[in-house]
Design a protein around this ligand. Structure first.
Ligand SMILES: [Fe+2]
Ligand SMILES: [Fe+2]
Length: 130
């Protein structure tokens, strides 16, 4: 199951950034495929931890570029990044009580909503100013 569906509104028209976003979605989806019925709770926590780390890495890079350039939208953009990481940590807590299909649905729903919105608003304005 794909956790995030790529759609054309996510494309910013900046090739290196679009490449990184597509790559990030690919890795998240590959991990999502591993979240399959029968995995132990420990394995699920490990996979969610990897998703968190992968996303955190991309955010750290964007935040460094924004700080280096003294970008005015930095605080709001970082807050939105922190909001998603917090949601994933919440899911890691919920994962202890949810069955796997429900867990995958929750994760997919939240990641899709966040990425569609963030890519087409904050990332777009950030990259337009870069
Ligand atoms: Fe981004
Ligand atoms: Fe961003």
């Amino acid at each position: 199951m794909k956790l995030i569906k790529w759609n054309e509104t996510m494309r910013l028209g900046v090739p290196e950034v679009d490449f990184e976003h597509e790559e990030l979605i690919g890795v998240i989806n590959a991990l999502g495929d591993l979240l399959q019925a029968g995995n132990s709770p420990d394995t699920i926590q490990l996979l969610l931890g990897k998703i968190h780390a992968q996303i955190e890495g991309h955010f750290a890079l964007e935040e460094k570029i924004m700080r280096d350039r003294g970008f005015v939208g930095y605080e709001a953009h970082k807050e939105d990044h922190d909001r998603l990481l917090e949601q994933i940590r919440d899911i890691m807590t919920e994962a202890k009580t949810l069955d796997e299909p429900t867990l995958r649905d929750n994760l997919a729903e939240r990641l899709n909503a966040w990425f569609s919105d963030h890519f087409s608003t904050l990332d777009r304005s950030f990259h337009n100013h870069s």
